[in-house]
Design a binder for this molecule. Structure first.
Ligand code: HAM
Length: 417
């Protein structure tokens, strides 16, 4: 909107009340699912030492190379607005000695994250994630449970057109041999690759699978696939995760080209995509990160988790939640201070009894108040008249009857089911 002096910064947005209702439902549904499964809430700062993300997320990732909001504080320390939540939670796990607790430590979170990406539908510079992490277990059950919780969330919210893609990267040690093979394939096809992929053959060869460049895609069609090369415990772990998902009735498709934008993944990786979204079709994803805690200076600790984008889920739901409506609007016929005071007191009583109640704050006459009550979806209007008399009006039927304000709650609920 040209001409406005101040606008929300590029890539950010205001959440207006209609959108806030949908987001509230997403967050509350997720919080209830996490709580029922024993994933306790944790929250970490919005910014961290830059090095945490450089080491945790990985130097060769797009996030670290191009997308971090990094700044120096007044003491000359380099800080970064968190681009993701897993490295900070692992930092907290180590810092607070959580390895002393019964394992795994199951955590859930939600909050804002920041990436300096080119904004488009579903891609913002400040966005919000909900997520879970199960830290301190290698069990395939933890992978299956995490995935199952995501599936449950999608089902309970009613997100349409969602598909689960599943892959495995093997353990770090086993992956090395494969990566050498992949690099050799990339070198042999160097002429077909995009400049970006070519420049990162050594640093991050897996990302070639994720490129949208046509030449690169053609070269990758014949590339060796990691899922097909899994051996020993890696293969068993992946098989077990799949068997557990099958048993639980969670549908998935194996995707041999699945890769993710963070370096810390080992073994299981997964992605939930939604066909109602455009280019940014992933509503969430995650995987196992058995080496991350050690990488951050802790004891070797296997872990698994995921995060979902609240904005992407909201886009996929494509709904506007209707306003909640009001139980009672307390209107005054006349403007005397004493009557307005009574309206305020009665509204307070109604609220204490658990009903939603509003009074007119806009200085309207009685007619205007009734109109306003209708506009905000009030089911009843209590009209305060002369000398303590009052009427209760049912906004749907239009019926009106005298009520005793000393006995308000009983009067209001009387005869209603
Ligand atoms: P991620 O795949 O980078 O993973 O992000 C997870 C989700 O956040 C994405 O699937 C997407 O829905 C949302 N998202 C990411 N970037 C943006 C953006 N610029 N605008 C809007 N939404 C976005 C992680 O962040 C890992 N920490 C997930 C994880 C947890 N892995 C293990 N535990």
């Amino acid at each position: 909107m040209a001409g406005l002096k101040y606008q929300a910064p590029r890539g950010t947005f205001d959440v207006l009340p209609a959108a806030a209702r949908t987001r509230g439902r997403i967050e509350e549904t997720a919080a209830a699912i996490f709580a029922r499964a024993g994933y306790e809430p944790i929250s970490t700062p919005s910014f961290e030492d830059t090095e945490l993300f450089e080491r945790g997320v990985g130097h060769s990732t797009d996030i670290v190379r191009k997308e971090m909001f990094t700044f120096e504080d007044k003491g000359g320390r380099s800080l970064t607005l968190r681009p993701e939540g897993t490295a900070p939670i692992c930092r907290a796990y180590v810092e607070h000695g959580m390895q002393q607790l019964a394992q795994p430590v199951k955590l859930s979170y939600r909050g804002p994250f920041f990436r300096h990406e080119r904004p488009q539908a579903g891609r913002y510079r400040q966005f919000h994630q909900i997520g879970v992490e199960a830290i301190g277990t290698e069990s395939p059950l933890a992978d299956a449970e995490a995935i199952g919780l995501f599936a449950e969330l999608v089902a309970e919210l009613g997100v349409p057109g969602v598909e689960l893609r599943l892959g495995s990267l093997g353990s770090l040690a086993a992956r090395q041999a494969y990566l050498d093979e992949l690099k050799a394939h990339l070198r042999a096809n160097e002429g077909d690759l995009s400049k970006e992929v070519r420049e990162r053959i050594d640093a991050n060869p897996l990302r070639a699978f994720d490129s949208d460049d046509e030449g690169t895609q053609a070269a990758m069609a014949s590339a060796p696939k990691l899922v097909e090369r899994l051996e020993g415990e890696d293969a068993e772990h992946f098989e077990e995760v799949r068997a557990l998902l099958d048993a639980a009735g969670v549908e998935y498709a194996i995707d041999p080209t699945l890769v993710r934008g963070l370096d810390y993944y080992t073994r299981t990786i997964f992605s939930f995509v939604c066909d109602r979204l455009g280019a940014q079709s992933e509503i969430g994803g995650g995987g196992r990160y058995d080496g991350l805690i050690e990488q951050l200076g802790g004891r070797p600790t296997p872990a698994v988790g995921w995060a979902a984008g609240i904005e992407r889920i909201a886009l996929a739901l494509e709904e506007e939640e209707a306003p909640a409506g009001r139980d009672v609007f307390v209107a005054t016929a006349g403007e005397e201070r004493s009557r307005q005071a009574l309206a305020m007191v009665l509204a307070g009583e109604l609220r204490k009894a658990g009903l939603s109640a509003e009074v007119d704050l806009g200085g309207r006459g009685l007619k205007g108040q009734l109109k306003h009550a209708d506009r905000i979806g009030a089911r009843r209007v209590l009209i305060l008249e002369e000398a303590g008399a009052a009427q209760l009006r049912d906004m749907k039927s239009g019926e009106q009857r005298p009520v005793d304000t000393d006995n308000l709650i009983a009067e209001i609920t009387e005869g209603e089911s």
